[in-house]
Design a protein around this ligand. Structure first.
Ligand code: TXA
Ligand code: MG
Length: 357
């Protein structure tokens, strides 16, 4: 498979590698590319054979719809029905968050391949806030359907190496644009004149949507599970997603109690390879918890913990898997703001092993 590299200095749309990747995409190839959230696996959204090949490469269930990516908000008519009458709330959301990690469910253009949104009137559309993605999409001159570029069920990829690890031999190539900034996927939302419903929490928070749209925002109960947070969430295997091979365990709340929970876990699992993701405040306590130095990822103190954890989460889950961890312990965050998305991914990665202490 091809690895197309991006040079930092030259104008992106003039670069031979990017032009080659865009041509491959346009003609029906499968091309992974960076966005501000995670790497996507792109296919020309107007070609049904190309889109179906995405599902095969990922091992993804055929009934899970794909997000269509556009280079610029001006290209909305590449993906959205010309008959669509969008309310001002939708326009406000686009103006405020595009380009950015917000996917809006909108009436689909009939030119889109059936497999992009099988059996659904609406298609998820977004404009990624990443110069390489924008240049590639511009050069491809077509709407691009792209799920995250991982094997189905695995943590989403945030580097080109992650993509290669999962999809080598199954796709035509990857555009290497370095590591992704946000680290968790876009927020998927339905917006109408009276309300916003979030179907997947992500990089744009419910609080931000409420402020910009000026209407009530609810999170679909299927997302939150509406389960008591003091007990482990129902560990149904259908929730196992974003999951490394190691078992993931999550605690959040009072940091002293979290620290005690980590120490108790380590003490109860002698001889096991245990890794941890912790905030700076717990770093000094980590050796005391029995964790070896190389097995602890400590969030940088320079940014809020939810932002740092979001950026690093999938990357660190994959890294500790490669090292052969049996367990990965994660210090979680309150499920608010960006924390809602982070905790949603952690609930799935851990099959519900999440405790508030
Ligand atoms: O940040 C992102 O959104 C990344 C990058 C590559 O853009 N993409 C991504 O795609 O995460 P994927 O396929 O891994 O997740 C798409 C989510 C799924 O939960 C899917 O069910 C939902 O969006 N979705 C897509 N189209 C939909 C539709 N028409 N109706 C309802 N849900 C939809
Ligand atoms: Mg995905």
């Amino acid at each position: 498979m091809q690895v197309w590299r991006v040079a930092a200095q030259a104008p992106l749309t003039a670069q031979e590698d990017l032009r080659a990747a865009a041509a491959c995409l346009r003609e029906g190839g499968l091309v992974a590319f960076p966005t501000e959230t995670v790497y996507g696996l792109g296919a020309n959204a107007t070609l049904d054979t190309a889109v179906r090949a995405v599902f095969t490469a990922k091992g993804r269930p055929q009934d899970n719809p794909l997000i269509v990516h556009l280079p610029h908000p001006d290209c909305l008519d590449w993906a959205v029905s010309p008959a669509a009458d969008l309310p001002p709330t939708v326009r406000r959301a686009m103006d405020a968050f595009w380009p950015g990690p917000l996917t809006l469910l909108l009436p689909a253009h009939p030119r889109l391949a059936f497999s992009v949104h099988p059996g659904l009137e609406r298609v998820g559309v977004r404009v990624p806030d990443h110069p390489v993605a924008q240049a590639l999409l511009r050069l491809a001159e077509c709407p691009v359907a792209a799920p995250s570029a991982n094997r189905s069920g695995r943590p989403s990829p945030t580097t080109a190496e992650d993509v290669i690890e999962d999809l080598e031999g199954h796709i035509d190539g990857v555009v290497d644009g370095g590591p992704c900034g946000v680290g968790v996927e876009s927020t998927v939302a339905w917006v109408d004149a009276r309300r916003v419903v979030i179907y997947r929490p992500g990089g744009v928070t419910p609080e931000q949507l409420a402020e910009v749209c000026g209407v009530p925002v609810t999170v679909d109960p299927a997302v939150t599970g509406e389960r008591p947070v003091t007990a482990p969430l129902a560990p149904g295997m259908k929730y196992r997603h974003y999951a490394p091979d190691a078992q993931v365990w999550v605690w959040w709340g009072d940091l002293h109690k979290v620290q005690a929970a980590l120490a108790a876990f380590v003490a109860a699992h002698p001889g096991q390879r245990i890794a941890a993701l912790v905030p700076p405040a717990l770093a000094e306590a980590a050796p005391a918890s029995g964790l070896a130095a190389g097995w602890v990822w400590v969030a940088p103190a320079a940014e809020p913990y939810d932002v740092a954890l979001s950026r690093a989460l999938f990357r660190q889950l994959r890294r500790f898997d490669r090292l052969g961890a049996d367990h990965i312990l994660v210090v979680g965050v309150a499920p608010q703001g960006l924390g809602l998305a982070v905790m949603n991914r952690l609930a799935k990665a851990s099959a519900g092993r999440v405790w508030q202490v």
